[in-house]
Ligand binder design. Structure first.
Ligand SMILES: [Zn+2]
Length: 141
């Protein structure tokens, strides 16, 4: 996936298939590409500029929505169901895992205790293994 130019808003497919829709930052070129013109009823330059900005915003949103809808229509119901199932499993796993430090350091020296209620999800062998002294660790006795 190529890196978009600064200021670009990238919409990713929620099914994580790799598709994306890029909306470039506002510019005179983008407004021209969107094909918007000033409201003929504008009474002065400020109103004309304001109407162009408003119409460009609305047209950009319409283009984005259309691109997303067209892309999502390429996915099957089964793909949506599988994604939802996967996300539900991840949420359930995270809810049961307790708090994780931002640096993801879980295996600090010493005994690791699984969060209350999580014992059933980890085999006793796994808990024993993570509590074993690592080869580079100083003996505690
Ligand atoms: Zn997709």
């Amino acid at each position: 996936m190529s890196v978009p130019t600064a200021g670009t808003t990238r919409y990713l497919c929620p099914l994580e298939c790799g598709w994306h829709h890029d909306v470039p930052p506002p510019s005179a070129e983008r407004i021209a590409a969107l094909g918007v013109a000033a409201d003929p009823a504008a009474r002065d330059l400020a109103e004309a500029i304001s109407s162009v900005a408003k119409r460009a915003c609305l047209t950009e949103a319409e283009w984005t929505e259309r691109a997303l809808c067209e892309h999502l229509a390429t996915h099957t119901t089964e793909q949506f169901v599988r994604t939802i199932q996967g996300l539900r499993a991840e949420v359930a796993q995270m809810r049961g895992a307790g708090s994780v430090r931002p640096d993801e350091e879980l295996l600090s020296p010493g005994s690791y205790e699984v969060p209350p209620g999580a014992e059933g999800r980890f085999s006793p062998g796994f808990i024993d293994r993570i509590n074993q002294r690592r080869p580079d660790e100083e003996p505690t006795t």
